[in-house]
Write a protein that binds this ligand. Sequence first.
Ligand SMILES: [Zn+2]
Length: 400
Amino acid sequence: MHNDDELLKQIEQHIHELAVNIGERPTGSVANRRAENYITQIFRRNGFQVELQKFNCIDWEKNRTTLTIKNAEVPAEPAPYSLPCDIRSSIEAIANFSQLEKADLGGKIAVLRGELTQETLMPKNFRFYNPEHHQKIISLLEEKNPAAIVTASLSDEHLVSIFEDGDLNIPSAVVSQQNENIILQSNLPIHLKINSKRKNTTGANVIARKNQTGRHKFVVTAHFDTKPGTPGALDNATGVALLLALSEIYRDTVPEDVNIELVAFNGEDYFSTPGQVTYLDTYGIEFNQIELAINCDGLGLSNSKIGISLMECPKSYRDRIESVKQVFRNIEMLPPWYQGDHMLFASAQVPTLAITSTGIFQLMDTVIHTEKDRLSLVEPELIREACFFIKEIMNSWEKI
Ligand SMILES: [Zn+2]
């Protein structure tokens, strides 16, 4: 048996390993593979059967990008996953959809602005939320085939491109709004040099199973990849620590009727969510066997509560989970939110419980996906509490 302190220590160790020792771990990177190995090893140590579910992806590398007008350099960054280029060319300003339709962009650098650069464009092969007008902009760009694209940043703080797409084969760089105005006013040819590399590689989901003959199947999920450049403590070392802690709790025994699947997803923060797509393609057909899916992302923010939300749950489930919740001090019910791996299940009508931190939504634009998402923001006791909450939920089913 485990005592609580030992479990807390292990949770701390898992977060430290992922967010400090390994650090940023984008899908396809060497660090991502290290995280995959760590998770696999803990699951196996705790007597779970492990499946590594492989998929193809890109390991993307970047070095310095330069954008020069005459002899002046303008700060620029490549769009994530952009192809490399070294182009000197005239520019063509494109401010709206109809200009794009009429433009002749062959050999030129297209400078996009205005209504075309108001929001992130969903990657061309993204399977879930993917608006038609995004796809139209992308297919028009492919048809017009400019030598490269320059866009204005979505953010004033960092250079954020509207593109993040390893399937788009036009090199693309992002500059500040102000510098884009300078480029357009000068109307001179520019020299754009993007030093980047797409390497084909593989990644994997780590799926751990125990007691597959149990009547009640619970799937608990958390993604272990990060965006480039963030140690990903809250997003999502803490969720993975929870999965690993659950495997510790069930090391020796699992309730007779409970069939547990723990899925460390790989790709929530990668442009095409390849781990999620692979899992859905293989196991989507068995989703009707899942009693309850539980996803953890953004859990464990200190000075915050554990925020939970229920989707696609019948009233009996809601009542049961509400009554389990009563004995936990730091758990609060939230309205549903529609981004994250829980949607994989909820949109297939699987009863779903999403777990996060009540304070996480305020950090989305400032901390999450940046180098500030560090260990110091995490309160490990909240992860232990969430872990026992999940255990009690499973116990409450066992009695039915
Ligand atoms: Zn996340």
